[in-house]
Structures are given as structure tokens and as C-alpha cells.
Write a protein of this length. Structure first.
Length: 381
């Protein structure tokens, strides 16, 4: 049994009941028993998405869901506006290019959030933009985009609003219908606290109209096939699904309903506030602008004189707490603490106790307990 505490921006620690659910016997994925499970799980996903639209499940990582979100709504040579302010914004743009779609990048400095005004200006300047792709929660930088405010802008234009909520759904405020999101995609291994390997998607009526006008550019992620198979009796997926992972996802979604989605989001916000306060008490500088700081992952600058291995290596090898490093040009300059899924004050107390001791061991003049004290103050107050 691996007793390492995962404090990553995914995959996350998975509750024992979710792991146990995955041990149930395999059933025929074309039979009535699985059809019932699939329907119930998709319906539960729609409730978490906060949409009246149907949801669908892919046996893939979140990247597969991202590909489905783009490849089904635009033909080659059509144009999308892709907001790029981190590693996963880059991925959305790259996926579109692979499918021959023209990409207009709206570049945002890493660590900052795109503004609704910037998106409005881009749409005003080019009426040929068919869709806007955006990462809600950019885990590479610890920034959350203001999707509610952007959604208000998008309602004034014909362009589709395509949002990646892989690391935010179930942990931050996402309301697909109220925010006017046309295509929303997420993953199993983040705030939903299920094992990796599944991605989920939901499309609005406007998005489905776009799908009807697109020549299929993907085989496995063809949304028409998922819709047709999902409408069968019993419901199916077009290709063999991971039955065991769907068992686990269903149980994880049951846990969310028991906790209450609003309560879960509030817990994530409190965890994030506590993490930021604890980090600053230990002398760390936040990488993301605090106004738009993520509530599921905190990115911190590595102090001068210390290395990534000094911090993450010690945390893992001595204290059994695994943190994430920086990506791309941030590698060696930033590390990231995930606080999503089932994470609460207990896991954060362990993390910041170990982080304080790590700094002290590496010769930093700091009160090793300052982080945990700030953590406690946040939860008490």
C-alpha cells in the first residue's frame, strides 16, 4: 500500500469506498445492467455540470475530452480564438491546429487571467471566430479565469464558448447553463476525486447545431456516435468503456451529492485560502495574481538559494508528501500544491508541517510552525 500523500493538481487521493466500488464484477457493457449505471452516472455528471444538457463519458484522460470539444465543432480552415496563458491553454490551441482549424491566440502572461474585455475586443475585431476555447483553471500557473463574467460577454456573440473545467468542476463555481457555456469538458482525477482515465463532456443545443455542420474529424471522439449510442436502449458507448472506472466515478459522484455540491465548492475555496495564508506565513511568494488565484491548486515561487529538489525532493523522500513541479519555462522556478477532491485541513496540516520543517532543514530562517499556525487561524476564523 502506497502511503504517499498526493498533494498534486491531479491525480488526487481517492476515497476507500470509491476504490472498493471499482472491485465489483465486470458486466456486459452492452447489457441492461451497465446501461442503467451509465445513464445514472451521466445524469449525475449533468447535475455537477449544472446543466439540463446530456453528458457523455469517454474512456480517456482529460486531453481526450479536450480533443472532442474542439474536433466536433469546427471544420478545417474555420477559426477559433484560443486563450493561452499556460500549458493547457497551449494544448487547446495545439489540438485545434492538428485538426486543421485556424487558431487565433489570445496570449495572456502566465500567472495572470484573461479579461472579459480582451475577449470582447477579439470578437469585435473578427466576426469569423466560430468559437472561443478557454481553460477555467490553469493548473500550470494556479490561475482561475473569470468564466462567469466571460460568459456574459459571450452571450452577445454567435461564437461558441468552449471551456475546459478538468481541474475545477466539483471544486469551483461552474454553472454551464447560467454561464452560457456551449461545450464543457472535465476529467475524473481532479476535483471529482475518482481515479484517472475518464473524461466527461456536455454540449448545448447551439453546440450540437455546429456538430451537425462539421465533417467528422475524429473517429474515437465523434460526438454523433456517442449521442447515438447513448440514446440506445440500453444506453451504451460506441466503443468499449472502462466499466470499472465508471463504477468508481459513479461512487465518487454519489459522495459529491452526499456532501452537497455547494458545500464541496465552499470547502475547496476555504482550503485554497488556508493554503495561500500558510504559504505566505512561511515566506513564499504566490506565482498567480491573488485576485484570480485558483481554489484547487496553489503555485509558489521557489525561494532564491533553494532548488526544486530541495523542496519537492525532501518533501517526498523524507516526509512522504508529493508536490508538483513547474511546467515548461517554470520548471525549477515554481512548485505547486494541489488541494482538490477529498483534501481537507488534515492533509493540509501534514503538508505545511512538512514544508515548514523542510525550509528549516535547508537553512531558511523561518518559524517552521508558522504555516500550520496560519492554516489553523484560517479555519478557526
Amino acid at each position: 500500500m502506497n502511503d504517499t500523500l498526493l498533494m498534486l493538481p491531479g491525480p488526487v487521493n481517492v476515497a476507500p469506498n470509491v476504490l472498493a466500488a471499482m472491485s465489483k464484477g465486470i458486466v456486459n457493457h452492452r447489457g441492461a445492467e451497465f446501461g442503467k449505471i451509465y445513464n445514472e452516472t451521466c445524469d449525475a455528471m449533468s447535475r455537477v455540470f449544472k446543466t439540463d444538457n446530456q453528458s457523455y463519458i469517454f474512456t480517456s484522460s482529460g486531453t481526450g475530452g479536450m480533443e472532442a470539444a474542439i474536433a466536433n465543432i469546427a471544420n478545417p480552415k474555420e477559426k477559433i480564438l484560443s486563450v493561452v496563458g499556460g500549458k493547457f491553454g497551449e494544448r487547446f490551441a495545439d489540438i485545434a491546429r492538428v485538426h486543421g482549424i485556424n487558431v487565433e491566440e489570445l496570449a495572456v502572461e502566465w500567472g495572470t487571467a484573461v479579461t472579459p474585455e480582451a475577449i470582447e475586443a477579439a470578437l469585435e475585431a473578427d466576426e469569423n471566430i466560430k468559437a472561443v476555447s478557454l481553460i477555467h483553471n490553469e493548473t500550470s500557473t494556479g490561475v482561475a479565469a473569470p468564466i462567469k463574467e466571460i460568459g456574459k460577454v459571450m452571450k452577445n456573440y454567435d461564437a461558441l464558448f468552449v471551456v475546459d473545467t478538468v481541474s475545477s468542476l466539483g471544486g469551483d463555481e461552474v454553472d454551464v447553463d447560467k454561464f452560457g457555456i456551449d461545450v464543457c469538458v472535465t476529467g475524473s482525477q481532479k476535483c471529482l476525486a475518482a481515479p484517472p482515465g475518464l473524461s466527461m463532456i456536455t454540449l448545448s443545443d447551439d453546440a450540437w447545431k455546429a456538430v451537425e455542420g462539421v465533417n467528422p474529424q475524429t473517429y474515437y471522439f465523434n460526438m454523433k456516435k456517442y449521442r447515438d449510442s447513448g440514446n440506445k436502449n440500453p444506453a451504451q458507448t460506441p466503443y468499449t468503456p472502462s466499466v470499472s472506472l465508471i463504477y468508481g466515478l459513479q461512487e465518487a459522484l454519489n459522495d459529491i451529492e452526499k456532501e452537497g455540491l455547494d458545500n464541496r465548492v465552499a470547502r475547496h475555496h476555504l482550503n485554497a485560502e488556508a493554503s495561500r495564508n500558510a504559504s505566505k506565513a512561511l515566506g513564499f511568494e504566490l506565482f498567480a495574481e491573488e485576485e484570480h488565484a485558483s481554489c484547487t491548486v496553489t503555485a509558489l515561487k521557489i525561494p532564491e538559494g533553494l532548488t526544486d529538489d530541495d523542496i519537492r525532493g525532501t518533501m517526498l523522500n523524507k516526509y512522504g508528501v508529493q508536490l508538483a513541479g513547474g511546467q515548461d519555462h517554470l520548471k525549477g522556478n515554481v512548485f505547486r500544491i494541489g488541494h482538490m477532491g477529498v483534501t481537507n485541513y488534515k492533509e493540509l496540516a501534514i503538508t505545511f508541517t512538512a514544508l515548514g520543517m523542510t525550509l528549516k532543514e535547508k537553512g531558511v530562517d523561518v518559524d517552521a510552525g508558522a504555516g500550520v499556525a496560519a492554516l489553523a487561524d484560517t479555519y478557526i476564523n
